[in-house]
Ligand binder design. Structure first.
Ligand code: SF4
Length: 390
């Protein structure tokens, strides 16, 4: 990877069914648009690439459910990437997949198209928890999907699980963890459920069908996961992510190192060349906007809904919040000072000492890191490291 190499996030905004907790930009009634949408992504790739073939080292198909796209459509998009970017020979190319949407032929074909890493949304192995989340698969489907993935050469796959689910217990969580550990994934992402406004789950909370998640139980679940995964040889390299040695997700490392990435597709976010931006959310509007011809300015395509130049205060806050997420790596204090002309201690005079006194962060070997106590309270820490522009 060169210093100027970037990452590409490609959003696929289609699902066959909407889950009860989901507030992602995804649509269940627009599956007919899939082929046109793939062409749209190819157009957008050409727009943002402009005249230079920039080096790229990771691609991430996220969603939505990228695995509702045909292998031909995914291959077409990847050809669009190769035509417009200098894709590294060893680039990490990830696709999120729902276990119930793949079979052996499909996995073989997407592998041949160039995808070399999968991320399966498992969420739980307990039928009642899957039913509450309105996930359509069962755990037997996950086991089968993992076996098929291995069979066609996907040794590097991630499994997602969710804790803090109403009705979940410490015991049922441990059961889910142990069941996915039996599948020996290269990578695990564990997320605490947040009940988002406008979702069915929020309505259920309001009308008493479910009880609010218990934060103390969620903290115990997190602690249990940390201990169990350490015992199984997983490196806890980011607050919510664990990997076998050497198999951290390169794409997400770009985000956590506050690096440059292009976000393409409806509703995607991007951050490159000192600009943050968001693409229009509605897939039909997205496709229409790509037909427009107007002067292009990297990294923006004609489908951009909003963009702004990153201010110094924002760049500093972003650096703190993203790099502290990396538990081993942390934030390089000398690199920070070289970049911003002032040290972390000078900029956060008082706050830094307070965070150290509260044992939420620590300084060692020139790096600032969250302490184990700070892992679960990271949002409190990040809040205090946010600067405003005034
Ligand atoms: S599969 Fe994922 S993106 Fe699709 S509705 Fe469910 S949670 Fe949302």
């Amino acid at each position: 990877m060169t210093a100027t190499s970037i990452s590409l996030y490609l959003h696929i905004p289609f699902c066959k069914h909407r889950c009860a907790y989901c507030d992602f930009n995804t649509y269940t009634s627009l599956l007919d648009l899939r082929e046109a949408y793939a062409e749209g992504l190819v157009t957008e790739l050409a727009q943002v690439a402009a005249e230079t073939r920039r080096p790229a080292h990771t691609i991430f198909f996220g969603g939505g459910t990228p695995s509702v796209m045909s292998p031909v459509a995914l291959g077409r998009i990847l050809d669009g990437v190769r035509a417009n970017f200098a894709l590294a020979a060893d680039a990490e190319v990830t696709m999120e997949a729902n276990p119930g949407t793949v079979d052996l032929d499909y996995l073989t074909a997407v592998r041949q198209a160039g995808i070399n890493r999968l991320s399966f949304g498992v969420q739980s192995v307990i039928p009642s928890e899957l039913a509450l989340l309105e996930r359509e698969h069962d755990f037997a489907t996950v086991v089968e999907a993992a076996q098929m993935a291995r069979q066609v050469g996907f040794d590097n796959f991630n499994l997602d699980l969710i804790y803090g689910v109403p009705g979940q217990t410490l015991k049922s969580w441990e059961h889910s963890l142990r069941a996915v550990l039996d599948l020996a994934p290269a990578h695990l992402s564990l997320y605490c459920l947040t009940i988002e406004p406008g979702t069915p789950m929020q309505r259920w909370l309001q009308n008493g069908r479910i009880q609010p998640p218990d934060p103390d139980l969620a903290a115990d679940q997190y602690e249990l996961a940390c201990a169990l995964l350490a015992k199984h040889g997983y490196d806890h390299y980011e607050i919510s992510n664990w990997a076998k040695p050497g198999l951290a997700c390169e794409h997400n490392l770009t985000y956590w190192r506050n690096g440059d990435y292009l976000g393409l597709g409806a509703g995607a976010h991007g951050h490159a060349a000192g600009v943050r931006y968001q693409i229009v959310k509605q897939p039909r509007v997205y496709l229409r906007r790509l037909e427009e011809t107007s002067a292009l300015r990297y990294p923006l395509s004609t489908a951009v809904a909003a963009s702004h130049s990153v201010s110094r205060a924002e760049a500093i806050s972003d650096t703190m919040m993203t790099q502290l997420r990396l538990l081993n790596e942390g934030l390089d204090l000398a690199a920070f000072e070289a970049k911003f002309g002032r040290s972390v201690a000078e900029i956060y005079d008082g706050t830094l000492e307070q965070m150290i006194d509260w044992k939420l962060v620590t300084v060692a070997n020139g790096r600032l890191r969250l302490t184990q106590q700070g892992w679960f309270l990271s949002n409190q820490v990040f809040y205090r490291f946010m600067l405003d522009d005034t």
